[in-house]
Design a protein around this ligand. Sequence first.
Ligand SMILES: [Zn+2]
Length: 248
Amino acid sequence: MDLSAILPIPDLMAAKNLIVFSPHPDDNEVGAGGTIAKLIDQGCQVTYVIATSGQAGSEDGQMSPDELAAIRKKEQQAALEILGGGRLIFLDYPDTQLKKYEEALGQDIIRVIRDIRPDFVMAPDPWLPYEAHPDHRTLGHQVSTGVIMAPFALAQPDLGTPVPSPAIAYYGSAWPNTVIDVTETFDRKIQALSAHQSQFSPPLGPQLMMYLTLMAQETGRPKGVERAEPFKVLTPHHLHFNAFTWQS
Ligand SMILES: [Zn+2]
């Protein structure tokens, strides 16, 4: 069923006040860096909310979690500056452990939505098939729940003044319905990713950049643009009791 006549898909590029939720430092740049830069360029106010400090993001274990967290916070700050700058909030939950803290995380998400009053939020798509990272699934689910709960005055009254639900744009979605031309900002996305030096040293860094470049070209081709990023954009009405959302 085509729901678009009764539930139009909001225009992501009309966002004026955006919260980008991320499980770890670097996910926002991987999934949406070109679009975030483009939105900042046109005056959109951007707030990053990073659920963990990325303190488990090392395979050699040479650094302590606290040392790595300090480095990754600086890298995230630098990356956001390259994209154009914005507010940066770390919730400091333990990396890889979000599932254990799901209830508190969900409350933090509602609190920050009610405080910042965004018209759009972004998050990783928790329904991505084969997504094995539990932090990505947990955060995506909790942001989706926060979007539909934010307006209910009698639900969680201690978490701030209720606000209208924002629209949501999932990055890393298998069923995108929105393609953003990022030809002009793609180089900044790659520079911002390069700021995450602790994560993207060779050989992974160059491989990731090549993958993202090919994906951006592939995504843009049907639209006749050089480079693009895909999103699944939904309203709160798509996110409850709606059997056709996956086709929207
Ligand atoms: Zn991640």
